[in-house]
Design a protein around this ligand. Sequence first.
Ligand code: PMP
Length: 382
Amino acid sequence: MNTYARFPITLTKGQGAIVWDDAGNSYLDFISGIAVNTLGHAHPAMTAAIAEQAGTMLHCSNLFHIPKQQQLAEALVRLSGLAAAFFCNSGAEANEGAIKLARKYFHDQGSSRRTVISATQSFHGRLLSTLTATGQDKVKIGFDPLPPGFIHVPLNDIEALKAAITDHTAAVLLEPLQGEGGVNIAEAAYLQAVRRLCDEHGILLMLDEVQTGIGRCGTMFAFEQAGITPDILTLAKGLGGGVPIGALLAGEKVAASFGPGSHGSTFGGNPLSCTAALTVLATIESESLLENVNARGAQLQQGLNELRRRFPVIRAVRGQGLLVGMELATEAAPYVAAARNEGLMILLAGPNVLRFLPPLNIREDEVNEALALLASAMESLA
Ligand code: PMP
């Protein structure tokens, strides 16, 4: 089915932060599969771990105990401060599971709380529940009837959120930084106020870190930067480093609402995906990638701000770590194409924002090269 407006090239190979097309042209990859290639392409540790697991066992995820799944759950629990994990295959599935868990938690208490409040411009996935939670109308057209129980409020507006909360509210679902919606940062003070409001009302705070999590924003999870902890956390994308996996984490009381038979997935948490995710986590640690994300992210933002002084079409530069956006005063799509013609892969985040998502192990010289290629692209359109 013709569901995607694809770039007009065919990629055949990747190594580190470089990808090649079928004509042999190389590109600096500042897309990383939309934030999935955490370790770049063909990282030797990843290749070896996947090959070893493939030669040992491929199986479903849910009939037997799987040591790699257990180890991954323990690692994510330790890193997040939450108590238990459920594994699935994608970001949308993780958010669907989070919504189900929140509802079941209140159901188990005999409470009628069921409604989920999320932010305008948010993106939470393409399943019926998650596209309804998504705060962008374009993903909903033609898919009605949409499930009831979803409300949207503007990001960073605590009064709007206060006004939206009722006795039926079960949870607030937010991205700490909206990736698809335009690289919009949820302010730390806002997240802290949302956390307090949720506690006051006995509502769950669910954070969608599908795009921001696993080091992308310079901390293992973006919520750490606001000094808060969610009740439910969702992950996917970068967790598998290119292999499909999603995860849903929750505190002890909430997690207890999922028992045998509550929820499930044939592939979620299979040995291959868990091996890939464990390799991602181990490599972030062994190669000090969080430090790299912060250093390279600062370098990238500084370089983009220098371009801003040269090209008045650039309105703003913003982001956290290596999730960086550059807002233009015009349509951004021609700039994506121009950058690709120069040999730099970048992405849109909404109609007038360019998004930069290099692998977390991107090097200093590669960031400089990307900035030079972008400058040439901007000049070609000036
Ligand atoms: N949540 C966020 C914040 C995302 O950025 C995305 C994907 N862009 C999703 C959920 C959906 O993830 P998936 O495509 O793996 O279902």
